[in-house]
Design a protein around this ligand. Structure first.
Ligand code: GLP
Length: 232
């Protein structure tokens, strides 16, 4: 029997406490060695809570979902920069992994990252969701069999992300992303979604249909999912 729980929270602080408790339990039980991390505004209060906690990640290897192609870790818009700022600079991990946005050979970088993932099976993967139901940068229409690959970002995603860039010209329109199959290999998934803009995606997840047009719906095929949301 699959485990699929939906936890309704009043706000992101409450969600952060629940996430902290879950991680603490798994760290104590020695079942959290590899943690899959996500970026986006959804994750900021979660990481803040983890930074303030006494949780020890020094024996945990981290893998991020995705990275913009063309952005160096020193670029404030890169996900490598985001992770340093919100988590890694404050909490030591055993090792952290993010696709190299400056890699020249894109196919080789995808293969390298997927091999690393195969060698370090994810115990828990955090996920946010895009307004169009994308997970990581797996946009609608991405095959459920996909592994780490180069994704072309949709206009919808570019529009949402443009708020973070000073100059629209600077927004990368491609990214490295774990594939849907890479994500589905995680033993447990914790999906976080807040705010009305995410309602269509959460309704798709809680509805009956599983379709590549709504990447998030693949989670209905996963054996262990926790959804934490303020959407009722
Ligand atoms: C980006 C990331 C996703 C994230 C999404 C939602 O597209 N690649 O991993 O889930 O943004 O971001 P936010 O949490 O800011 O709504």
């Amino acid at each position: 029997m699959a485990f699929f729980e939906v936890i309704h929270v009043a706000n992101q602080q409450e969600a952060a406490t629940i996430v902290q408790d879950k991680l603490e339990k798994d760290l104590k039980a020695n079942t959290l060695n590899v943690l899959g991390l996500a970026t986006g505004s959804t994750m900021i209060p979660i990481y803040k809570k983890l930074v303030e906690s006494s949780l020890d990640f020094s024996e945990v290897t981290a893998f991020n979902l995705d990275e913009y192609i063309g952005l160096a870790p020193t670029n404030v818009n890169s996900y490598a920069y985001f992770m340093q700022e919100h988590l890694f600079a404050h909490k030591p991990f055993k090792e952290t992994n993010i696709p190299n946005g400056k890699a020249h050979d894109l196919d080789a970088e995808c293969a390298r990252y997927e091999n690393q993932l195969n060698d370090h099976p994810l115990d828990i993967q955090f996920l946010g969701v895009g307004e169009n139901g994308h997970i990581a940068f797996n946009e609608p229409g991405t095959s459920f069999d996909s592994v780490t690959h180069v994704a072309q970002l949709t206009d919808s995603t570019l529009g949402v992300n443009s708020q973070y860039f000073d100059d629209e010209e600077e927004i990368p329109n491609t990214a490295f992303t774990m594939g849907i199959a890479s994500i589905m290999n995680a033993k447990k998934i914790i999906l976080l979604a807040f705010g009305e803009k995410k309602r269509p995606a959460i309704e798709a997840l809680l509805g009956d249909t599983i379709t590549e047009e709504w990447p998030i719906t693949v989670l209905k095929n996963h054996p262990h999912v926790t959804v934490i949301t303020d959407i009722k």
